[in-house]
Design a protein. Structure first.
Lengths: 290, 260, 307
């Protein structure tokens, strides 16, 4: 039983990061139909910028806030300089652009930072907490709590504020949104900035546990993308569910089956799910209009 | 001697009944037009009959055989072809190649022979191309045979789709708004083309908004409104049918038309 | 008639000419190696239909020629063919369910497949040498030990020309037209009688075999192979080549491969700024030549000759 709880908590913790990355993907995809492969780099930036700012003497809380700001600025620049100029291009072209951006950001990180692994101090110390017989790092609670807070805030924003409704409208039908006076360019910039912030916060929260380096973005993007697909592309609830599920699959797979094929479990299950449900777990079955 | 029969077709999208109990029959060489105000379900009906959508209830019979739920490619093999309201041209292929694709079912596909371009492949290609050129000639696009389809005018693309549909040598041809966006001269050409096709014994089912065309060439007309059939008969009967007038013009307009 | 044949094979002739003439301007064997890399990547890219997991099959082909001789004593050329068969069969088995997916779902499924292959290759270190890879025996053909970067240049160039010839042949045939049709409008292709599932599967299997051959060639050429060749990043690289060069055209794949392979080599001059510049160039190219290099240039050329 204690093992089970152990795997459950660690799975949910990692899953929370995947969920946030997937949420970032979903936000941008809904607003602009772009799959942003640079999403993982926002997580990297959150962790790395905080690390290097604290090393330069900036107090941790301030460094974290600044890191999020840097990430948001990068997200906005990505939108304005790389996505907006190519707005009429085909989806594949846009994906390649984001891949180019991801390479660029990684390259910049290599130069500005370094190639080492880095750690951040845990927010409330490292004394393990005992829960139902399992040993849990306190940082896990911060990760889970932070994720829950972000999801709730996002929900409130989208459903209860006017700007949030504008985002939803743009996601549903961009042309119609423009016709009713919504500034879709602003909405898209908001989506990019928002997803950058979400990614950065995820990075800051998880670095005390999993460390960070200039190239953590790649695998995270891939898994976050997979999680978003698993939950059904474009569905925020699906993204969070997909991310958590992915984390749990990995943890239980590693724990009960074998640790060598850790990354494989996730992909095998995703493939199987997609074979059975081509629209993902919560995806809407769309009918093609001809 | 019915070649295509749709019986009691029904389909819902979400909570909306897009089609509710529509039936029709066509005989070889007959021209049936399906008309109705926008949103009446005409294209949806086409999509069901041509296997693009799956209906909730009802059946489709082709030459006596139940073909309900068969995918479009199997229907094509049994002699049913269609064109699309929103053009589905192969943009990056030439006009001739578009029509050649239409002849796919008449061609033999042998991957190995094709990879090495054996003489049999070249010979078959030439035959297919000749057939395609003849069809392009019939729809008046012979001159644009080797032009990329994406650069043709809208009216030309409409005729190209018809040529592609005819390439499969169908027994039934479904035309979804073939004259949409065409000027009077082009519409006249489409009119003659449709008559020629029907004269060959092909059953033609037409969705159209151009009333002059519809009245001129149809043997029978089916009128849909909000997914339900409201009239079915010869052009003259349908034209004077008060329910039809009401559907198109509203109660007030219908009264005006009755007095006119 | 003659003019039409000329037009279809123009690409092939130009390519063959380039392959034949290029060595004359190569100052050192290093250039032969880079060019061979381009030929190999282009071969893998030609088969691509914007499925994203081709690197998995690339890896299978590469490891087949490594494992076959090392663990089973099979001669490398036979191992190459076995690699093709394994890739083809795997593609056939996995293809049916995978190809029912659309768009992004298809992309992640094929990517996931590639990642799974890479994982197996990394983990089964008894057979594959694990994450550090394993050496590959030299190719021996009729008693002749194939080695030397210039020899490999001709072999890979020859393979590319052959692969291009086959692909170009296929273009103007019922199968080729079916492929192109279902790319432009799946529903119209269906309505014309094309069994879309069957042809997608065929295209998938062909692409897998192309990638496998390319992978085998690379492994034999390098004398060494590691699991990165089958990994996610390599898949992404291959797709980028195709999109950069121009989707749906054989020439596009070759140009894309040429650009994406030689560019980093050129950029190593800038040392640490290599990735930064690479990413930047990709972004800018895609913004200004959004359909790919080849279509954009050929349109510009067409406009120039018209006026």
């Amino acid at each position: 039983m204690p093992e089970f709880v152990q795997f459950l908590i660690s799975g949910l913790t990692v899953g929370a990061v995947y969920a946030l990355v997937a949420l970032g993907f979903t936000l941008v995809y809904n607003a602009s139909d772009v799959v942003n492969f640079a999403q993982g780099e926002f997580v990297m930036l959150g962790g790395m910028v905080t690390v290097f700012l604290t090393a330069a003497g900036v107090p941790l809380p301030l460094a974290a806030v600044l890191a999020v700001c840097v990430s948001v600025i990068v997200g906005l620049l990505l939108y304005w300089l790389a996505i907006e100029p190519a707005r009429d291009a085909s989806p594949v072209t846009l994906i390649i652009i984001t891949i180019g951006a991801s390479i660029l950001l990684r390259g910049a990180a290599q130069i500005l930072f370094d190639k080492q692994f880095h750690k951040l101090p845990s927010i409330s110390g490292d004394t393990p907490v005992h829960l139902l017989g399992a040993t849990v790092q306190p940082q896990s609670f911060w990760v889970l709590g932070g994720t829950a807070a972000i999801v709730i805030l996002l929900y409130v924003f989208l459903e209860r504020t006017v700007i949030g409704k504008a985002v939803l409208a743009t996601a549903a039908n961009r042309l119609a949104a423009r016709l009713v006076g919504i500034n879709t360019a602003t909405v898209m910039a908001l989506a990019f900035g928002g997803s950058a912030a979400i990614g950065a916060i995820a990075g800051i929260l998880i670095t005390p546990i999993t460390l960070t380096s200039y190239d953590v973005g790649t695998m995270l993007a891939l898994k976050g993308f997979a999680a978003a697909m698993l939950g059904g592309m474009g569905n925020p609830i699906g993204a969070v569910a997909g991310g958590l599920l992915l984390g749990l699959l990995e943890a239980f797979g590693v724990g009960y089956i074998s640790s060598t094929y850790k990354d494989a479990f996730a992909f095998i299950v995703i493939l199987l799910v997609l074979f059975a449900m081509p629209q993902g777990l919560f995806g809407r079955r769309t009918v093609e209009r001809v | 001697m019915t070649i295509l029969a749709a019986k009691d077709i029904g389909i819902s999208f979400g909570g909306i009944k897009a089609i509710d109990g529509v039936s029709f029959e066509v005989a070889p060489g007959q021209i049936l037009s399906i008309i109705g105000p926008n949103g009446a379900g005409k294209t949806t009906l086409f999509n069901i009959v041509s296997g693009v959508y799956n209906r909730d209830h009802g059946s489709v019979e082709l030459d006596g055989e139940d073909v309900t739920g068969l995918p479009p490619d199997r229907l094509a093999a049994r002699g049913l072809s269609r064109t699309f309201q929103n053009l589905q041209i192969f943009q990056r292929m030439t006009a001739a190649e578009n029509v050649m694709v239409g002849r796919h079912l008449r061609e033999r596909c042998n991957l190995l022979a094709e990879l090495f371009r054996l003489p049999s492949v070249t010979r078959q290609n030439a035959e297919t191309r000749d057939a395609a050129l003849a069809l392009l000639d019939e729809v008046g696009l012979r001159a644009s045979a080797d032009v990329a389809a994406g650069s043709l005018s809208y009216g030309a693309c409409k005729r190209l789709e018809i040529a592609r549909a005819l390439a499969a040598e169908p027994r039934v041809l479904l035309l979804d708004e073939p004259a949409a966006g065409c000027n009077p001269v082009e519409t006249e050409e489409i009119d003659e083309l449709i008559r020629r096709v029907a004269a060959k014994g092909i059953a033609v089912v037409l969705v159209e908004h151009d009333m002059k065309l519809v009245m001129k060439i149809s043997d029978r007309i089916l009128v849909l409104n909000r997914g339900k059939p409201i009239a079915d008969g010869a052009p003259r009967e349908v034209r004077d049918n008060p329910a039809v007038l009401e559907a198109y013009l509203g109660k007030h307009g219908a009264r005006e038309a009755a007095r006119a | 008639m003659l003019q039409k044949i000329g037009h279809r094979y123009l690409t092939l002739i130009v390519l063959a000419a380039i392959v034949a003439v290029l060595p004359a301007i190569f100052p050192s064997s290093y250039y032969f190696r880079v060019a061979s890399l381009v030929w190999v990547s282009a071969l893998a890219a030609i088969g691509l239909n914007v499925l994203m997991g081709q690197a998995g099959f690339f890896g299978i082909g590469a490891y087949a020629v490594a494992i076959g001789p090392a663990h089973f004593g099979i001669p490398p050329w036979a191992a190459l063919l076995i690699g093709c068969v394994i890739s083809g069969v795997l593609a056939y088995l996995v293809g049916r369910p995978i190809l029912r997916l659309k768009g992004h779902y298809l992309a992640i499924a094929t990517l996931g497949l590639g990642v799974l292959v890479a994982l197996v290759l990394t983990t089964e270190s008894r057979w594959t040498g694990g994450p550090d890879g394993m050496p590959v025996a030299k190719l021996v053909l009729f008693g002749w030990r194939v080695s030397g970067s210039d020899t490999w240049y001709w072999i890979t160039g020859g393979l590319l020309v052959l692969g291009t010839w086959l692909a170009l042949n296929l273009n103007d045939t019922p199968t080729g037209r079916a492929f192109r049709a279902l790319h432009d409008s799946e529903v119209a292709a269906r309505v014309a009688g094309i069994d879309v599932a069957r042809f997608k599967l065929q295209a998938f299997v062909i692409a897998a075999v192309y990638a496998s051959v390319a992978g085998s060639a690379l492994a034999l050429m390098n004398g060494f192979i590691n699991p990165d060749q089958a990994g996610f990043l390599h898949s992404v690289e291959l797709v980028t080549m195709v999109v950069l060069g121009g989707l749906g055209s054989v020439v596009g794949s070759i140009v894309g491969a040429a650009v994406l392979i030689t560019l980093p080599q050129v950029l190593t001059v800038f040392q640490e700024y290599e990735h930064l510049l690479l990413g930047f160039i990709i972004i800018v190219s895609m913004i200004f030549m959004r359909d790919g290099i080849v279509p954009t240039l050929s349109r510009a050329l067409a406009r120039r000759t018209q006026s």
